[in-house]
Write a protein that binds this ligand. Structure first.
Ligand code: PLP
Length: 822
């Protein structure tokens, strides 16, 4: 067992305080992911967006007693040793480096084969597939999901224990110098270089440099497995004389692929190995899957797995779900669909996601047997039960003979079934209401059948919301703010169409300061879903004041009439009431002007219980340089009006002006707070920094039918779509009732099907429209992308003379939202 003193030796750190000998079991780098304080060591990492030292006090309060820190004192100059008298404290230069040193030390304790994977694409899939393919012979430990970064690799390697017989870890880098740090942590004995493409090109001076940097992972491997068709890679490996095992579709290699043909859903691969011709059926037909499978084949041949056995295992290979999806389901439930595999590390990640959603009426976990864990069953299931308990799960449903044997570990609320079909037979939809349900099972349990049973039957149009992209955009705007500037995020109009409570919840998790909605009902909805952040309501109607008070929402007051009505209905308590004053500086929408001030402050003086929290104004043309003079004038007016507000009130208030475009264009006028809107959702309103943002929403639908028409025939209502030649057309399941604007009709709009842009032909109908797919191999059931990363909102909005805001907020509520993290 590793001790705290050893930690000091391994990391060359300075012990600031030693309070008690404690075991080092869990490594924590994200304070929100604490599950078992005893045995946890927290590494306070000072990162680009956040400083881990900020969370020391709260972790100490929650029982954590071991900390790796980069500073001896907090910002107020108090020594951590005095603040945390019972803690073990270790001072290091870099907590991240200390974590890496610890992981490298841990790795060195094991003499098992370790497969290290890098390359531009396919790392995660090759890793997951190899784990499937090798697990009949080995106890395999692998990186959870795509934990391949400077932080993810050490955490992956920390999972190693003496029960495993083989490890598979992936490593990803984006700039030079990073792989040198990952190599000693992974110390691979077998290397796989998947391929080299354009990903992260911007971080390197040339492709060659990128290849050289990535190859540093393989210093000291017994063998490197790669495809020699990647010319640049092949050259480098030869120059560096790394011992290799290769495959190629173009020239002679250890495994020479001589032919590939598709047959139905399979690809038949003919290859020569050790002078003999072999044949293999691969259960995929796309190029990427083929390449990934051939890497796996190479590993299996290198490890002398018999040929018949290889075919047998490949037949059972399953596609890998690259992300955790949250899906709407029956009776107001949401599902986290993680039906791909079931191991401890994956469970931890999925439980974190579950715990970080706001509390619905219940949290439920449906779990299968764990097939590979490297732990004795009894230890394993007690750990599973403990983790589930630490994540405040209300009900557990266990499926499988083994998990059923360990019932008692899960408490009385848990129910168990021997098989998936037993559960489905007894499944009653009314037993599940407003719950968040994690469905996590090993492949063989076919939990996708459970997901299916839970999923509402809705038509094929969905809006996918990428929560990671949203966080990326949030951080991008945060990086533009001074440290003391507060951030209010606009989640009005269903969070710009993206789904308000899910987005609000993520924002709460990422600690923004304020939310704003348009109407009281929107605020009430957020409160009912567990949002506790302060919420400003921009259009509080007088008939909703009671609800406003009841749910602790803060009104924007913009006129004397509204203020009078508000004050008249003030509940008779001594409680303070927080309001926000809107000033009109030239937008001429809502707001007070200086002429209102005498009456305004006279009224407020009579109600000392009413506290003005903030005052603000809105710029009419922040996104266009054309209006810069006007914006500057508005800002000047605001500054002087706000100064008068504060003077008349006799206290200071939060002052804010900037929307998303303003944050980019007028950073010097951040004042106390900014109001982020469209930028969070991936549209950079000024257009100048669009590249820095990630696209958040993808609207997709499916092809319902494909037909051919001859020249001169017409398509749709009013016979507007006229075939000027013979055509193939596809009917897709989206219309103006879904929010797909009628102006997209007759060639104005396009959708992407199978990677190709296809124009709309004829008028857009209520629930459907038709697209021209002539010459493309399109069939019913194919996916059609209406907007998304490849078909930007800005581009689509331009085509019909509107703005991205309108397209986003128009997506109808009947379109199912799917939230996912990568
Ligand atoms: C909607 C709104 C914002 C956000 O504007 P974006 O252009 O989406 O950033 C800011 N302030 C007010 C008052 C708003 O109504």
């Amino acid at each position: 067992m590793l001790t705290f003193q050893q930690l000091a030796t391994i990391t060359h750190g300075k012990v600031l305080q030693f309070a008690a000998p404690l075991p080092v079991n869990h490594l924590l780098t994200d304070s929100r992911k604490l599950s078992q304080p005893a045995g946890t060591v927290f590494f306070a990492i000072n990162g680009k967006y956040n400083d881990g030292h900020k969370y020391l006090a709260s972790l100490y309060e929650q029982g954590v007693r071991q900390f790796i820190v980069e500073k001896e004192q907090n910002e107020a100059g108090q020594n951590y040793s005095l603040l945390f008298p019972e803690a073990n404290l270790l001072l290091v230069q870099s907590s991240l480096q200390a974590l890496q040193q610890l992981a490298a030390w841990h790795r060195a304790q094991f003499a098992i084969p370790v497969i290290g994977i890098t390359g531009s694409n396919g790392k995660t899939i090759v890793k997951e597939w190899l784990a499937q393919l090798l697990s009949p012979d080995e106890m395999v430990v692998k990186s959870p999901r795509s934990y391949n970064s400077q932080l993810g690799v050490p955490l992956s390697v920390w999972q190693l224990n003496s029960n495993y017989t083989l490890a598979i870890f992936e490593a990803g880098i984006s700039v030079p110098g990073e792989m040198e740090k990952l190599q000693p942590i992974i110390q691979p004995t077998i290397g796989i270089f998947t391929n080299i493409g354009s990903a992260h090109d911007e971080g390197f001076t040339s492709r060659k440099q990128k290849v050289q940097e990535k190859l540093k992972l393989f210093t000291g491997v017994d063998v490197l497995i790669y495809c020699t068709d990647h010319e640049l890679l092949h050259q480098e490996v030869k120059e560096q004389t790394i011992n290799s095992f290769t495959w190629s579709r173009e020239h002679e290699a250890d495994i020479t692929i001589t032919a590939t043909t598709t047959a139905g859903h399979k690809t038949i691969v003919v290859y020569t190995y050790k002078g003999e011709k072999q044949r293999l059926a691969i259960p995929f037909t796309d190029d990427a899957s083929l390449e990934n499978t051939l890497h796996c084949l190479a590993v299996l041949l290198y490890r002398n797995v018999p040929l018949a056995e290889i075919q047998d295992r490949l037949d059972r290979l399953q596609p890998v779900a690259m992300r955790l999806e949250m899906k709407e389901a029956i009776n107001g439930c949401y599902l986290i669909d993680d039906t791909y595999n079931n191991d401890l590390a994956g469970l931890h990640i999925a439980l974190d996601l579950l715990a970080n959603q706001p509390k619905r009426s219940k949290r439920t976990v449906i779990l299968s047997d764990f097939l590979e864990s490297g732990l004795p069953e009894e230890v394993l299931y007690s750990q599973v039960a403990m983790r589930i308990k630490a994540h405040q799960v209300d009900r557990v449903i266990g499926i499988g003979p083994t998990i059923s044997n360990y019932k008692t570990a899960f408490g009385n609320e848990a129910t168990f079934y021997q098989r998936t079909s037993d559960f489905l037979q007894q499944f009653k939809s009314e037993d599940f209401r407003n719950e968040l349900i994690l469905v996590k099972g090993a492949r063989v349990f076919e939990f996708e059948r459970i997901v299916h049973a839970f999923q509402q039957k809705v038509h094929g149009t969905v809006l996918e919301v990428n929560l990671d992209a949203l966080v990326h955009n949030l951080n991008y705007y945060r990086s533009k703010l001074a440290p003391e500037t507060k951030l209010m995020v606009m989640v009005k109009a269903f969070a710009y169409g993206s789904g308000s409570f899910e987005v609000a919840n993520l924002l709460q998790f990422h600690r923004v300061d304020y939310l704003a909605v348009a109407y009281v009902d929107e605020g009430v909805m957020l409160r009912e879903h567990g949002i506790t952040l302060p919420i400003m309501v921009m259009n509080p109607s007088p008939d909703s004041f009671a609800k406003l008070h009841q749910h602790n929402l803060e009104p924007e007051i913009y006129s004397l009439e509204l203020l009078e009505l508000y004050l008249k209905d003030l509940p008779a308590s001594t409680q303070r009431h927080r309001i926000h004053l809107k000033l009109d500086t030239g937008m001429h929408r809502l707001g007070f002007t200086p002429e209102d001030f005498n009456a305004l402050f006279e009224l407020l003086q009579q109600f000392p219980r009413v506290q003005v929290i903030s005052t603000f104004t809105h710029l009419a043309g922040a996104d266009e340089a054309l209006h810069d003079d006007f914006s500057q004038l508005q800002i000047r007016n605001f500054r002087s009006m706000a100064a008068e507000v504060e003077a008349r009130l006799g206290y200071s208030v939060i002052k804010h002006v900037l929307n998303s475009a303003g944050i980019v264009r007028f950073p010097e006028h951040q004042l106390d707070m900014v109001r982020l809107g469209i930028g969070l959702y991936g549209v950079e309103a000024t257009g100048s920094e669009q590249e820095a943002l990630r696209s958040v929403s993808t609207l997709k639908t499916t092809v319902s039918q494909v037909k051919t028409i001859v020249k001169g025939e017409t398509v749709g209502y009013s016979r507007k779509g006229i075939a000027d030649s013979d055509k193939t057309i596809a009917t897709i399941a989206i219309g103006y009732a879904d929010g797909y604007d009628r102006r997209f009709g007759n060639g104005a709009g396009q959708v992407i099907i199978n990677g190709k842009r296809c124009p709309i032909i004829g008028n857009v109908c209520m629930d459907m429209c038709m697209v021209d797919v002539t010459g493309l191999n399109v069939k019913a059931g194919d996916e059609a992308i209406v907007f998304g990363p490849q078909l930007t909102l800005t581009d689509m909005a331009d085509r019909i003379g509107t703005i991205p805001y309108e397209l986003l907020t128009n997506v109808s509520s009947r379109v199912k939202r799917i939230f996912f993290a990568e």
